[in-house]
Write a protein that binds this ligand. Sequence first.
Ligand code: SPV
Ligand code: MG
Length: 290
Amino acid sequence: MRAALESPGLARAMGAHSPLSARLAEEAGFDVIWSSGLEISAAAGVPDANILAMPECLEAAAGLADAVELPVLADCDSGFGNVNNVIHMVRTYERRGLAGVCIEDKQFPKLNSFIEGNQDLAPLDDFAGKIRAATEVREDLVVVARLEALISGKGMDEALRRAEVYERAGADALLIHSKLTEPDEVFAFRAAYTGDLPVIVVPTTYNQVTVAELQERGFAMAIYANHALRSSLRAMRETLVKIMQDGTTLHVEEDLASLKEIFDLQRVPQMLERQAHYEALGRDLAEAAR
Ligand code: SPV
Ligand code: MG
C-alpha cells in the first residue's frame, strides 16, 4: 500500500464488494483494491449511510484481503462513531489483514457523497483527534484522511486548512473528494496543497480525466470506486429481462461468462490439484505401513 502510494506513477485502485470482483480487478492489473462502502451496502440492498455496522463492513473488506495478493484499502466512512470506535476499528482492520483504512471528515452517520442531503463536516478538532489516534494505535496500517470540504460546499480554503491539520495529525495520505463533472477543483487543490502527503482522487463524476493527466498533476492514486458494480448491474438487468422475454436462455448465452470462468475464479483447478496431491500422499503413507 505504501509502495503504491509512494511510487512515481499513478496507482490505480478498483472498487470491489466481493472476493470474486476483487480477483477480477487483480486479474485486470489494478494496483490496489478499494473496499467500497457504496458497493458493499449496495450489494446488501441498503443505502450507503452507515446502515451497515462496522463488523459487516469489516467482514466484507477482510474477505477481499483474503482473496487477493493486492493491498486492500478499506473505506471506513467516518470511522463508525467517535475516536473510541476509530481505535477499535484500526486495531481490528489491521489484525484482519487490511493494508489501509480511509476515514472521511463527515459526521456519523455519513451519507454517500453523491446523495443530496446532510453532507456536514465533522468538527476539525474531532477529526484531527481521530487521525492522531488511528496513527498511534496502528502497527503498519496506512491511514488515509479523506477531505469532504468540497463535497459539503465548504470550499477550497477549508479543504486546504484541514489538509494541513490532518498532515500534522499524522495521516499517511489525503483523499480529496469532488462531485464536479470537471476535474478543475481537484487540480486546484493539488496545485495549492504544499504539504508532503500523497494525494488520492476518486474520478467518478469527472470521468473524462486520464491517468496521464492525473499523473502529470502529481496525484498518487486514482480510485475507480464503483465501476465493476455498475457494469455488472447493467449486465445482470439486461440478461434477466431477456430471459423473461424470450422464454429461453439460448440468446443470452453468448453474453455470459462460462462456468469455467467462474470455476477458475473460485480456484477449482487448484483445489482439485491439491486434492489429488494429498490423495496420492495418503496412498503412499498407507502403502508404507503394509
Ligand atoms: C465508496 O466507494 O463508498 C466511496 C466513494 O466512498 S464515493 O461513493 O464516491 O463516496
Ligand atoms: Mg464510501
